[in-house]
Ligand binder design. Structure first.
Ligand code: ZN
Length: 321
């Protein structure tokens, strides 16, 4: 079994601004409105494609007054999405029109890449890929299906040394080393179209990361089943001397966590049951969903969560094909 990226979880500033950016500006679907199970006074927002398939899910813990993070060693430097190559012009225009901070088009590993930032300074990029125009994508007002994001390409991890992390990627998750460009070595999950790239950037001695708004909290990798997850955890212990946490039920997947050798927090999350497990596909993300153990505290939780009323979340349209 070869894994790939399941989701990426990051820290953001004000919840409203985050919700507006990912749904309206980037056109991602708000697939789940819940709370941080370990800190229920904080929202946990999930964005993805129409159903929040693994490989499309970016999630946030929004905190109104969190200080900005500082990029450094042992964290995710950039998270990238796939778009049809011909759509990069559409996105450049949209970013200019909407005041999104972005860079110039770059060439990396033979691909055209448009780097940009979210309102908290999180480092993101669109990677133009040929031949993916016909893949289904979630369309919203202002972003026709032909230009919509098509899941993650992957992440870039900024590390002191890359060997031990590379060994986990290849041995435990089944990635393969496919290319090297400058200080970046590219690893790819064979057989996966989305969420299949992890770039390891070896930076040597550099400032350590200081987490805050715009920082990635962890990167989750896919497990097809509990047995698959357990097999990966056993391999991690036997071949790399690393233990995962106990399995935690996150309602939409079941997870174990471990600190990867380079310092980045990794998770292994099951593909099932997904986001439609407790609300209809048509209304994903509309109601606040709490884990069973917190349902009896709903009133107190709702009272402390920040106000997110008034965000103009684009309406759900079923796929046209
Ligand atoms: Zn996670």
């Amino acid at each position: 079994m070869v894994s790939a990226i399941h989701h990426v979880t990051a820290i953001s500033g004000p919840a409203k601004r985050n919700l507006d950016f990912y749904t309206r500006v980037l056109g991602q679907r708000f697939v789940k409105k819940t709370v941080n199970f370990d800190d229920p006074g904080t929202y946990h927002f999930y964005y993805g494609d129409a159903l929040g398939h693994p490989g499309t899910i970016l999630t946030f813990f929004p905190w109104d007054h969190v200080a900005p993070g500082r990029l450094g060693i042992g964290e995710t430097q950039e998270t990238s999405y796939r778009v049809p190559k011909a759509s990069l012009g559409f996105w450049t225009h949209r970013f200019i029109e909407m005041g999104v901070v972005h860079g110039n088009l770059e060439q990396r590993f033979g691909e055209s890449v448009l780097p940009f930032r979210d309102p908290d300074g999180m480092r993101l990029a669109l990677v133009g890929i040929d031949g993916i125009e016909s893949e289904p994508a979630y369309a919203v007002a202002g972003i026709p299906e032909e230009h919509a994001l098509r899941g993650f390409q992957g992440v870039t991890l900024l590390l002191d040394k890359i060997e031990a992390t590379a060994a986990v990627l290849t041995d435990v998750f089944g990635f393969e080393k496919v290319a090297k460009e400058g200080t970046i070595t590219r690893y790819k999950a064979p057989g996966h179209a989305i969420g299949s790239i992890v770039d390891l950037r070896e930076a040597g001695e550099f400032l350590p990361a200081r987490p805050g708004a715009g920082s990635v909290h962890h990167v989750a990798f896919r497990a097809a089943s509990d047995a698959d997850q357990q097999a990966m955890a056993e391999k991690l212990q036997k071949n790399h001397g690393m233990r995962t946490t106990e399995q935690k039920d996150r309602d939409y997947f079941r997870s174990v966590y471990f600190r990867s050798p380079g310092g980045v927090l990794f998770e292994i999350a099951t593909d099932d049951p997904g986001f439609a497990v407790n609300e209809p596909v048509e209304s994903l993300g509309m109601a606040l969903k709490l884990p069973k153990g917190l349902e009896s505290h709903r009133a107190e939780i709702e009272a402390v969560l920040p106000d997110i009323s008034g965000v103009d979340i684009p309406a759900y349209h079923p796929a046209t094909h």
